[in-house]
Design a protein around this ligand. Structure first.
Ligand SMILES: Cc1cc2nc3c(=O)[nH]c(=O)nc-3n(C[C@H](O)[C@H](O)[C@H](O)COP(=O)(O)OP(=O)(O)OC[C@H]3O[C@@H](n4cnc5c(N)ncnc54)[C@H](O)[C@@H]3O)c2cc1C
Ligand code: FES
Length: 244
């Protein structure tokens, strides 16, 4: 897979999360697509050997941004990166937009809020009304909600917004003809159940990925009759396709 060395244009902290932006002169970036990214330069590129997947947070005037939580060595090195990082071109299949009319509900859990920023921007550009619901563990992770004006927020510790899960901050999802969600699988399964089968329901999964280009089978998700690779067929799936 081809990696491009790009200069970091901006670094910002949102509570527990870090935002890194870089100029992307290539194709337009559609909401829900992802990138494999890593800290730049030998020998760092050997440890960890594999780049890590990240959803695009935003794309404005040719500047792409990623927002991430430090979990292990890959994200720790990105967090400390100075000057440049290495990224692939945009990968995977993003959200379907405008295929079904009506108001949309956008739900994000934890770092799963990431693709909702660029998605909300695209919906607004197309004049599609939408409501945003965000769920977090605590006030520190909820800090990024400031970047989603008008969003309803829930925290598990009750320190910000409603006390509970993102579903506790949302009204009856069955009233929305379009529902988009990203977060841990348990949250996505709960959203799928709450939204019901009617309308367009799209879920962005965050399975662990090795290659990001379909060659390792490390990112499979269950579907009726077997498994598919989420880096190729996803990471965004229609809810009814996922067998959970
Ligand atoms: C399509 C996609 C989009 C993603 N978008 C983002 C994003 O925008 N921002 C962000 O912060 N993260 C995102 N992730 C998750 C991110 O890729 C992982 O946090 C990262 O790979 C961890 O790498 P590491 O080397 O820091 O940690 P590792 O050392 O690889 O792992 C540290 C810990 O994190 C856990 N972990 C690693 N990957 C995942 C995962 N996918 N889901 C749950 N737990 C995991 C491991 O089990 C381990 O306990 C996304 C993942 C996918 C597949
Ligand atoms: S990450 Fe390797 S096949 Fe999807």
């Amino acid at each position: 897979m081809k990696f491009y060395t790009v200069e970091i244009e901006e670094r910002r902290e949102f509570g527990a999360y870090t935002l890194l932006s870089y100029r992307w002169p290539g194709e337009n970036i559609e909401p829900g697509r992802f990138v494999m990214a890593r800290a730049a330069g030998y020998p760092i590129t050997l440890d960890p050997f594999l780049a890590r997947p990240f959803s695009f947070y935003d794309f404005v005037d040719g500047v792409a941004s990623l927002l991430f939580e430090v979990r292990g060595r890959g994200t720790e090195l990105l967090d400390r990166a100075l000057g440049t990082i290495e990224v692939t071109a945009p990968l995977g299949k993003g959200f379907e937009i405008g295929v079904s009319g009506g108001r949309a509900a956008l739900l994000g859990g934890g770092i799963g809020v990431v693709p909702l920023k660029i998605l909300g921007r695209e919906l607004a550009a197309r004049g599609i009304a939408h409501d945003v619901f965000l769920g977090f563990l605590d006030g520190k992770t909820a800090a990024v909600a400031d970047d989603f004006p008008g969003a309803a927020v829930a925290t598990m510790d009750g320190s910000t917004g409603v006390h509970g899960t993102v579903l506790d901050a949302a009204p009856d999802l069955r009233e929305y003809p379009v529902v988009y969600a990203c977060g841990p699988n348990a949250m996505l399964a709960a959203v799928k159940g709450a939204a019901g089968p009617d309308g367009l329901r799209q879920l962005s999964v965050e399975e662990r990925m090795g290659c990001g280009n379909g060659s390792c089978n490390g990112c499979v998700v269950p579907v009726d009759g077997g498994y598919v690779r989420s880096c190729i067929e996803g990471p965004v799936f229609r809810a009814e396709v996922l067998a959970w």
